[in-house]
Design a protein around this ligand. Structure first.
Ligand code: ATP
Ligand SMILES: Nc1ccn([C@@H]2O[C@H](COP(=O)(O)O)[C@@H](O)[C@H]2O)c(=O)n1
Length: 232
């Protein structure tokens, strides 16, 4: 799918109304974009959508139905049925669901179904925060502010390891690191909407930052971008 293309019509999507503030956060798995997106949404009083959960919900529906993951038409139907109001992180967080999500996320028909609904969510006033892989490049190319949140693979693997162990789960650091690298390669290497920073995204490398300093850095970037936009 091309930047700004309306998935329903294949034509250039209209930019969001100026009054609607859209904050786009993209980045690789476990970079901390979801944690930041939730903090940012709460700080600015905007709605939040973790678009990864929408891919996960479609993948879970296929897994639950015992269906294969390589049938694009079926996966797209499941994607079209995803209930954006009922996305529940705790039931969608399993490793197998994330893996299946990244497999069906390479399919253009799946992306078309989800991107259309993600844009509708984004464009509701007064503002929204969306995190994912293609928000600044494809879903909301006209977003008010775009952040590309990164951290080294080792930092991300350590954070994910601590997250799983903290919840009482079993995990092996090396396996998590290998999995993250594989997921990065699939997300960055796909033809449709690969993971990459938008040309006008602000890069935020949180490898050496805790959650609080990452939030402060993100907030500074957003405040400056919103102030500049309201002056122009
Ligand atoms: N700056 C940070 N310092 C330390 N830990 C962090 C930081 N940011 C996030 N974390 C922790 O790292 C883990 C992964 O963060 P998070 O779920 O926000 O990543 P994500 O990019 O949204 O991942 P995914 O795309 O897989 O959903 C969480 O346990 C979170 O608490
Ligand atoms: N905008 C997006 C969001 C997610 N994906 C794919 O879904 C997988 C799971 O996402 P998480 O953020 O919940 O880990 C991810 O690996 C991507 O393949 C996407 O393509 N676009």
């Amino acid at each position: 799918m091309n930047a700004g293309e309306d998935p329903a019509t294949g034509k250039e999507a209209s930019a969001a109304p100026r009054a609607v503030r859209i904050i786009a956060l993209d980045g690789p798995a476990a970079s901390g974009k979801g944690t930041l997106a939730r903090r940012i949404a709460s700080h600015y009083g905007y709605r939040h959508l973790d678009t990864g959960l929408t891919y996960r919900a479609a993948a879970k529906a296929l897994l639950d139905a015992g269906q294969p993951l390589d049938d694009e038409a079926l996966a797209a139907r499941m994607a079209g049925d995803v209930d954006f109001e009922g996305l529940d992180r705790s039931t969608l967080s399993a490793h197998a669901i994330g893996e299946a999500a990244s497999r069906i996320a390479v399919m253009p028909a799946v992306r078309r179904a989800l991107v259309a609904a993600q844009r509708r969510f984004a464009e509701e006033p007064p503002g929204s925060v969306l995190d994912g892989r293609d928000i600044g490049t494809v879903v909301c190319p006209g977003a008010s502010v775009k952040l590309f949140v990164t951290a080294s693979p080792e930092t991300r693997a350590k954070r994910r390891f601590e997250e799983i162990v903290g919840k009482g789960g079993d995990a092996r650091y090396e396996a998590i690191l290998d999995d993250l690298k594989e997921r990065d390669a699939r997300d960055m290497g796909r033809t449709d909407s690969p993971l990459r920073p938008a040309d006008d995204a602000h890069l935020l490398d949180t490898s050496e930052m805790g959650i609080e300093s990452a939030f402060q850095a993100a907030r500074d970037l957003i405040d400056r971008a919103l102030a500049a936009a309201s002056e122009s």
